[in-house]
Design a protein around this ligand. Structure first.
Ligand code: SF4
Length: 341
């Protein structure tokens, strides 16, 4: 039995899951904002290696009962259905307590499968797909070189739901810069109102200096938004979302307002109130909160009222302004966000 192979990432919500690597890297690997697998050549792992890893992990975790398993890396749904079924069957053989098997899935990989294939995968235990739709705007999808359009996003989401899978859609707030901010909010909400995924997982974008998106900022195609502008985009996005049976999640450290999460059916107004509480603060307080969040002193808005944390954040702010009185805070906050991804 060889060494168990692990991929580099998993969704934050899969922190307790068994991880099984079925592909290496991403077969698309061309999104302009994404550097996750840039240095990696895509390949499908041989089935016997995957099964050997499953067996080895089962021996390694004797006595530990996993409830969920995440299939790495970037898009396991690119694998042929028969191939996936063999993996799923081996997983359930070695880990009989598994209740869910999850994976990242590109929208176009989902639409390349038929509804009956998706249903068979669901019956064999693959029951949760994490899809990076990022946006529902065709112009932004093109801008970021996502490789599919909003029709594919909607079709794929509806197919996954029809196959009775749990569906998480990842959204990138701020990805279109100031220029596409309103369109990003409105069109993304329009697409999600049709799909009605189980989870809407929002991430504030962090543009990496080595990415193609950064070049688009440098050549003036789009401009960086401040933390406040991204929150305004989020407010419009949330306002445009229907009150539907979806859970809205701010779970990643890159997001400014972690308290904005809840059931869209019953908690939309509370989520909007939390956003408004931030936006109604005086400008200096908004900036102080953003700096405190970015340097991990604050986690929630109420932390702004805690004297110790507040004075720490103020100290950082004073130091930054002393060193650079003309500091571009949109730039600084983006720099920190991109380092956290
Ligand atoms: S965002 Fe997803 S699909 Fe795009 S390159 Fe990265 S891993 Fe691949």
């Amino acid at each position: 039995m060889g060494n168990i192979e692990m991929g580099p990432i998993r969704p934050p919500s899969e922190s307790n899951s068994l991880l099984i690597r079925v592909t290496r890297g991403c077969h698309w690997n061309k999104c302009y904002f994404c550097g996750l697998y840039k240095s990696m050549r895509f390949s499908m792992r041989p089935i016997e290696d995957i099964i050997s890893d499953i067996e080895a992990q089962s021996a390694q975790h004797t006595g530990q009962s996993f409830k969920s398993c995440f299939l790495q890396d970037g898009d396991a749904l690119v694998l042929k259905t028969d191939y996936l079924l063999k993996i799923l069957d081996a997983l359930h053989h070695y880990f009989p307590t598994l209740e869910s098997v999850t994976t990242y899935a590109r929208a176009d990989s989902i639409t390349r499968k038929s509804l009956s294939e998706l249903k068979v995968l669901r019956e064999h235990g693959l029951n949760h797909l994490y899809c990076g739709m990022e946006t529902g705007s065709d112009r932004v999808l093109q801008l970021i070189n996502k490789g599919f359009d909003s029709n594919t996003v909607i079709q794929s989401g509806c197919l996954a739901k029809e196959a009775d899978m749990i569906l998480s859609e990842f959204i990138l707030l701020g990805i279109g810069g100031k220029e596409f901010s309103e369109e990003n909010a409105r069109k993304t909400a329009d697409a999600l109102n049709i799909i009605q995924p189980d989870f809407i997982r929002v991430h504030a974008v962090g543009f990496k200096p080595e990415s193609m998106m950064w070049q688009l900022i440098q050549d003036g195609t789009i401009s960086l938004q401040s933390e406040e502008e991204i929150v305004r985009e989020q407010r419009l996005f949330l306002q445009c979302l229907k009150e539907m049976n979806s859970y809205y999640v701010n779970e990643h450290i890159v997001n400014l307002l972690l308290e904005v999460r809840g059931d869209l059916l019953s908690e939309k107004s509370q989520m909007l109130s939390a956003i408004n509480r931030f936006l109604n603060l005086p400008p200096e307080e908004r900036l102080l909160f953003a700096i405190g969040r970015r340097f991990n002193m604050f986690f929630f808005l109420e932390d702004l009222q805690k004297p110790n944390l507040r004075s720490q954040a103020q100290l950082y702010m004073d130091e930054i302004k002393k060193k650079n009185p003309n500091m571009d805070f949109a730039f600084l906050c983006n720099y920190i966000r991109q380092s956290q991804i």
